[in-house]
Design a binder for this molecule. Structure first.
Ligand SMILES: [Zn+2]
Ligand SMILES: [Zn+2]
Length: 183
């Protein structure tokens, strides 16, 4: 997502509105994106900087933390970024290309092009939910036979140890994840 900055800088009252469909090919953690992220960007000249108000809508999918079934969910983001020229950055004491005051990330751009992708990626990563459950009372997988217990009991009962090393590893990982969650 690139925006030509020249018309925005030329006119103090300039407003540019653009819509984008942004594919996200690499998963974030275990989250995959189902289709491109719909982005609406409104940029305006604020005198000392270009302000970009971004709305983004993403459809995602992640495995349930307990039973590993895919859980679809949506993300709706609203955030603001500021863009300044290298000269303005020097005046304002912005070093290293960007600052973040907790509300607005301010990025130095090179006079010609404003680039919105890295901000989108950062905000998509920040907006990810901490847990994914197919339903609040998901019963998870049997640590012994691996059956999805939401589909009914498996018949293992409380006896016996898992024999399949993959299931042992899975049961171990799920126990650790649960411990982490309750910390
Ligand atoms: Zn589940
Ligand atoms: Zn079982």
């Amino acid at each position: 997502m690139e925006i030509d900055a020249a018309p925005l800088r030329a006119d103090r009252r300039a407003v540019t509105e653009r819509d984008f469909l942004v594919p996200v090919h690499e998963p974030m953690d275990h989250v995959v994106f189902r289709g491109p992220v719909a982005v609406r960007a409104v940029l305006r000249n604020e005198g000392t900087r270009i302000r970009a108000d971004i709305e983004a809508h993403a459809r995602c999918e992640a495995p349930c933390d307990r039973c590993l079934q895919p859980v679809p969910f949506a993300l709706d983001l609203h955030y603001t970024e500021g863009f300044v020229t290298p000269e303005q950055a020097e005046r304002d004491g912005i070093e290293g290309g960007e600052t973040d005051d907790g509300e607005v990330r301010t990025v130095v751009y090179d006079h010609d092009r404003i680039e919105l992708d890295s901000g989108l990626r950062q905000n998509l990563a920040l907006a990810q939910p901490g847990k994914h459950l197919c339903r609040e009372d998901c019963l998870g997988l049997c640590p012994r036979c691996g059956k999805n217990l939401n589909d009914g009991p498996c018949g293992c009962g409380d006896r016996g140890e898992p024999t399949d090393p993959r299931l042992l590893a899975l049961a171990d990982a799920m126990r650790r994840a649960k411990e982490k969650e309750s910390e």
